[in-house]
Design a protein around this ligand. Structure first.
Ligand code: ATP
Ligand code: MG
Length: 282
């Protein structure tokens, strides 16, 4: 695909566009050539291949977008678009997400990249910060409130129940073949270093089941079953994906960003994931 850059009429291929040129082009393709796009701040955390920025967009006459937004640019990899997961989450959790998930206002894609424009949580970046950098009282209160509110919304919109073995639940959450992935390998090494060699381990006087041994081989835990409630999960609920209000007026408000999963899964994954993220942060 060839394009003309905004600085002249030089033809360039899709491969040579900078992120900003690409975003401008995609926004123009949706809002028309008079739309203006100004990049204001780079926000990429560097943990994923997405590039994230704050930008100012004006539709230029026709009604549409006008103001500051978060623009997220992601390479098309054949994997599902984040937009799909976001829309699934919003569609299922209704009023919870109206208050707690910034709206997706525009999506577009070319042959290599997709962009998604989101409203800014809390109306402005100065008024919010990630739960990861909040003080301990705010941080603890936020983890409790988010876990509780999200679970309440998930239970109300639960899509069914099913008897599942512990192994089936773990595979639904982590994917079949997880142990052979990079993360699975790292966990196996950590397990070995910790001296865990069976389905149970001791920690602070407690005897706990070892989830890795469930995946590794059939044992007394593998086939234990129970009723699992199925529903919509966020899928990446760590402390950088929870934004908290730091103004006095809206103290206690929070927003969830970066939704990841678009298929129903056994509930409580998000709460367990958030608890693990919190333990690793404290
Ligand atoms: N809607 C939003 N409102 C305010 N800030 C946002 C919003 N979306 C993203 N951000 C900011 O941009 C950062 C990165 O966004 P996001 O989590 O969607 O991308 P990511 O690729 O997962 O980045 P990271 O590598 O930090 O996890 C967030 O940590 C947050 O600071
Ligand atoms: Mg993120």
């Amino acid at each position: 695909m060839t394009y003309t850059t905004e600085h002249g009429d030089e033809a360039v291929t899709s491969h040579t566009l900078t992120v900003q040129e690409r975003v401008r082009r995609l926004i123009h393709s949706r809002l028309g050539p008079d739309a203006s796009v100004e990049f204001m701040e780079d926000l990429a955390g560097g943990y994923t291949e997405a590039s994230v920025a704050k930008c100012d967009v004006a539709s230029g006459g026709s009604p549409g977008l006008d103001g500051q937004y978060i623009v997220k640019t992601t390479p098309l990899t054949g994997k599902e678009r984040q937009r799909t997961a976001h829309e699934h989450f919003i569609g299922a959790l209704g009023t919870f997400t109206e208050q707690h998930v910034p709206k997706l206002v525009l999506s577009a894609e070319d042959d290599r990249f997709a962009i998604d424009l989101y409203e800014i949580a809390g109306g402005g970046l100065r008024g919010v910060h990630a739960a990861e950098v909040a003080g301990s009282a705010q941080f603890r209160a936020a983890c409790e409130t988010v876990s509780h509110d999200l679970l309440t919304a998930q239970l109300v919109s639960s899509t069914g129940r099913k008897v599942m073995t512990a192994l089936e639940v773990l595979e639904a959450w982590l994917g079949v073949g997880f142990l052979d992935s990079g993360r699975g390998k790292a966990l196996r090494e950590a397990r070995q270093l910790a001296g865990v060699d069976g389905p149970w381990f001791h920690l602070s006087g407690q005897v706990l089941p070892d989830p890795l041994s469930l995946l590794a081989e059939e044992n007394e835990l593998t086939l234990q079953d129970d009723i699992a409630l199925l529903g919509v999960c966020h899928g990446d609920l760590h402390l950088r994906n929870i934004l908290l209000d730091r103004t006095r007026q809206h103290h206690g408000s929070y927003w969830l960003i970066d939704v990841n999963w678009s298929s129903p899964a056994p509930l409580l994954y998000d709460q367990a994931y958030l608890e693990t993220a919190a333990v690793l942060t404290i």
